[in-house]
Design a binder for this molecule. Sequence first.
Ligand code: CDP
Length: 242
Amino acid sequence: MKQGNLLYTGKAKSVYRTDIKGKLIVEFRDDITAFDGGKKDVLANKGSYNAEVSAFIFEYLGKNGVKTHFVKMLDPRRMIVRELSMIPLEVIVRNVAAGSIVRNLPFREGTELDPPVIVIDLKDDSRHDPMLNDDLIVALGLATPGEIKKMKGIALEINRLLADLLSMQGITLVDFKIEFGRQGKTIYLGDEISMDSMRLWDRKTGESLDKDVYRFDKGDVLKVYDSVMKRIAHPTTKTAKK
Ligand code: CDP
């Protein structure tokens, strides 16, 4: 497979055409950003840590019946994916209150959310990703009621599978963000699932194991990403579930 023209550049990933119809290459760059791009850095190898975790999670979800865009890794930072027409929504699943819902709503950080809470934001940095509701999503023509129901169902299934996987490694899945795309009428999971898009806490110490380390200068981001990548994608010991 040959890498073709650059199709799209995001804050941390670039997407390229290939010589095969319907297949794209996603490159995970070493850029890291926070606060809608207000804080930016380049951290050597960060891209490969996120690519490896994403690939591992996509494969795990695929084996468990979730349709994802992942095809295979080309090298440590590039993956081949199915071409999708992306839906500009950020579907966030929350198991524990943290981040924006603690800032914007009267939740106390660390409160368990059971059943999990799904929040859907518009993917639009210039508007700071405003929160939507089902009526607004339909009125904006972004998805049909059936598609919204489908995305929420897949999001909850992914939450169950991911929380299980991470719990075995002593990690609490606080929340995560996913994006979907269509190929024909079928909805696939696209984008990535990585330390940039999940909020993870060490079950024993409560320490952040994700982009919050970068957002709030909590420590050595690369060291944390490397160790979380190893814990998730190369588990040596299976910690018993709670
Ligand atoms: O992290 P922040 O407080 O800004 O936003 P949030 O709404 O609490 O984010 C919930 C989860 O979605 C976190 O795991 C974020 O890392 C992730 N997220 C993301 O990946 N991309 C965004 N544009 C917004 C949130």
